[in-house]
Design a protein around this ligand. Structure first.
Ligand SMILES: [Zn+2]
Length: 399
């Protein structure tokens, strides 16, 4: 039997980034190497000359979202941060109260955030005919907002929906947020106060120390000594209305309190975010589609990820094993990256490999503008991409 693919955090410190070719240490050098990467013919046996893009948290940092790692590859956001594990979430009502309380506070920041120039550059690379697919580890939905025409596979799911752990129905996270506010009026007042003070806007400013709030990746906020145990959350409305029948032929039990919050001893109808939690398996069709996206492409471009998560690392490894040219733009080290750059001709200038530790939001817009001077742009309407456009797209997608 094939091993299920679990999402687990990787906390080792990573080595400093490799620089390939040597000229990729400067912005101009890195852009030139990437132009060579895209222009070079793909190895003969490849089904396509197009590129599959693999992205991670680093790409969303310019949107104001927290990254898991700093440039030295250490966990930097919040030393006390420990993400919840799937089995804890499933087995503990108290753990779910804590999770949803933190998520309730974090949702508004995520809601305000929007795709940045890096996401729009990926769109532009698609319009130039260079990128055919995106695989992302991010759960913020920015890729589908920035480039709805380029297929995006969300390897670790998405925060925009909740999913029932019993019947697998999905529901809008926005509507769930309104329900959480209704069931937890004092928390809703605290959230309002935090928003008005600007405390949730960015990770490590003075305002962020308001009542000890700390933002974490995955739209989660830390509030030390908060009375999490008073927090209430609603059940799956479908399972509440018609409790499903379990494998033993008995009906599940879904109970709520006077205002409609899930309560013990319910045995079903638990909603979770539609993300792959740590300790949870990645669905086999997602794993399969990720492999297919790699197999149908000719090159791999990795953006803003240390590939610390095994599910992402093995995608890059698959590309390497297929002989695909690989380019990695990530500040800080990448897990086991020397394995992706073996047997390289020391004189190659980017046609086989590029590795730079510069930031995606510096490199990508410049790369696109240089490529546009020599390539036809197939975009339907010429759109520069910027903050104004971003906020419009975001509202549309999340409403
Ligand atoms: Zn359900």
């Amino acid at each position: 039997m094939r091993k299920p693919l679990l999402r687990i955090p990787y906390t080792d410190i990573l080595p400093p980034p490799l620089i390939i070719p040597a000229s990729a240490s400067t912005l101009a050098g890195a852009v030139a190497a990437l132009r060579t990467f895209f222009a070079a013919p793909t190895p003969d046996h490849m089904p396509s000359s197009k590129t599959v893009v693999l992205t991670g948290a680093g790409l969303s940092v310019a949107s104001g979202l927290a990254d898991y790692r700093g440039v030295k590859g250490t966990y930097r956001v919040n030393k006390t941060y420990r993400p919840i594990y799937y089995h804890e979430f499933l087995s503990s009502h108290e753990a779910r109260k804590r999770y949803w309380a933190r998520s309730f506070l974090g949702w508004s920041s995520l809601h305000k955030a929007a795709p940045n120039l890096g996401h729009f550059a990926v769109r532009d690379l698609g319009n130039l005919g260079l990128v055919q697919n995106v695989i992302t580890q991010n759960v913020d939905s920015f890729h589908s907002q920035a480039h709805p025409r380029i297929p995006t596979l969300e390897l670790h799911g998405y925060l925009r929906s909740t999913v029932c752990t019993t019947c697998r129905s999905e529901f809008s996270r926005d509507e769930f947020q309104a329900e959480l506010a209704r069931l937890n009026p004092r928390w809703a007042a605290l959230l309002q106060e935090a928003i008005e003070s600007g405390a949730l806007d960015r990770g490590e400013t003075d305002e962020a120390r308001f009542k000890g709030l700390r933002s974490n990746p995955d739209g989660d906020v830390d509030l030390p000594d908060a009375p999490y145990t008073t927090f209430r959350y609603p059940p799956c409305p479908k399972c509440l209305e018609r409790p499903p029948v379990g494998a033993d032929g008995l009906k599940y039990d879904v109970r709520v309190d006077g205002e409609g919050a899930w309560k013990l001893p319910s045995t079903a109808g638990i909603l979770k975010p539609a993300v792959v939690m740590f300790g949870e398996n990645i669905a086999s069709h997602v794993k399969h589609n990720a492999e297919k996206a790699v197999d149908q492409a000719g090159k791999l471009l990795v953006l803003g990820t240390s590939l610390a998560t095994y599910s992402a690392w093995r995608i890059a490894k698959r590309a390497k094993d297929r002989g695909m040219p690989i380019a990695i733009i990530n500040m800080g080290g990448v897990r086991g990256e020397e394995q992706f750059f073996t047997d390289l001709d020391p004189n190659q200038q980017g046609d086989r490999a590029v590795r730079t530790g510069l930031s995606t939001d510096e490199i990508l817009p410049l790369l696109v503008s240089e490529l546009r001077q020599t390539m036809p742009d197939n975009s339907p309407i010429s759109s520069p991409g910027g903050p104004l456009e971003n906020s419009g797209v975001f509202k549309e997608m999340l409403s």
